[in-house]
Design a protein around this ligand. Structure first.
Ligand code: NAD
Length: 329
């Protein structure tokens, strides 16, 4: 089978080549995204795989249909770039990779939390600015096994996060609308208020939905423990960013580890000029008790390999009419 992989990143190449060799399929890798200008490149191919945030409009599905292509497989969890109705009308099946490595995101959250717990940013600031290598009472740290870690959302990533913190000896509590009995060895389910009130580290792992948007607002922060650390590896929109900045400035919260920000799409994943970066980012990056990473919690060799392989497997499965659990409804 001949597959065209759009928006190929350098780091994906070896995994696609490895898959092609193992399965006997042919994969051609292009760096451009799938658009109305590039769709003609798919002529002569059996299927396509994409990895992009830019919209895929109706005329693209129509053009693919005319080329005899029946599917688009995205190497991402997100499917917001598709017009699912237009795809269906043109007989195009969409697949995504919803789960590629929960551990990758969980480990990044724990990494942020440990950095903040031990005040590394604050020590660094004193050393860099003033050659101040002293230890002082305000930077004394807690040890992780004495902490309560609260999770909001205990699905794939929250569950993996619970397991890591439990292995480190922390008490883990979680709020989730749909408790999973299999996670009982690692944590205790509590209500939203209790998670806020009892957590030394509060870690967010719910999707961004109307019901979760800005769930960490002024009222929620007011209930949190003094000096608590907020970790957001999920979506920036879960947090009212200005309220978070105020809580960090006033010393109410001890720190924040953020892999996502509400306005990130204009600059994360790109190199931009300083003036293109929004003010909230500039304010947060100045704070020694804040860690920001540019939505890279997923970015591990295991996760990228899984994204590529699952997506390419799905191209073949859809074309052959085989079962795959990854069809987007
Ligand atoms: P999941 O669907 O397995 O888990 C989400 C959990 O949230 C579920 O258990 C669900 O019951 C719960 N939930 C949903 N709405 C809720 C609500 N209103 N109140 C309480 N609980 C609620 O998803 P996942 O794979 O664990 O991913 C979680 C989120 O992580 C994703 O939605 C995405 O936003 C984010 N994510 C981030 C990265 C990254 O690189 N930073 C990568 C992948 C996913």
């Amino acid at each position: 089978m001949k597959i065209l992989m759009y928006s190929t990143h350098e780091h994906e190449r070896t995994y696609a080549e490895e898959w092609a060799k193992e399965t006997g399929n042919q994969v051609t890798m292009e760096m451009v995204p799938l658009t109305k200008e590039t769709v003609a490149m798919a002529k002569g191919y059996d299927g396509v795989s994409v990895q992009q945030t830019s919209r895929i409009d109706e005329e693209v599905y129509r053009a693919l249909h005319e080329l005899g292509i029946k599917q688009i497989s995205t190497r991402t969890a997100g499917v917001d770039m598709f017009d699912l109705q237009a795809a269906a009308q043109n007989g195009i099946t969409i697949t995504n990779v919803a789960i590629y490595s929960p551990r990758a995101i969980a480990e990044m959250g724990v990494t942020h939390a440990m950095y903040l717990l031990r005040n590394i940013g604050r020590f660094n600031q004193r050393m860099e600015n003033d050659y101040d290598f002293r230890w002082s009472g305000d930077l004394i740290a807690k040890e992780i096994y004495t902490c309560t870690v609260g999770l909001i959302g205990a699905g794939h990533i929250g569950g993996a996060t619970a397991q890591i913190y439990r292995a480190l000896g922390a008490r883990v509590i979680a709020f989730d609308r749909h408790p999973d009995p299999e996670l009982a060895p690692y944590m205790e389910y509590v209500d939203f208020e209790t998670v806020l009130k009892e957590s030394d580290i509060l870690s967010l792992h719910v999707p961004l939905l109307p019901s979760t948007e800005k769930m960490i607002d002024a009222a929620a922060i007011a209930k949190m423990k003094d000096n608590a650390i907020l970790i957001n590896m999920a979506r920036g929109g879960l947090v009212d960013t200005q309220t978070l900045i105020d809580a960090l400035n006033s010393g109410r919260l001890g720190g924040a580890g953020l892999d996502t920000l509400a306005d990130e799409t204009t600059y994360f994943g790109k190199q931009v000029d300083a003036e293109e970066v929004p003010d909230d980012y500039h304010e947060l990056e100045e704070m020694p008790n804040v860690v920001i990473t540019p939505h890279v919690a997923f970015f591990t060799n295991v996760a990228v390999r899984n994204m590529v392989r699952i997506s390419l497997d799905d191209v073949v499965a859809v074309i052959k009419g085989q079962r795959t659990k990854n069809i987007v409804k």
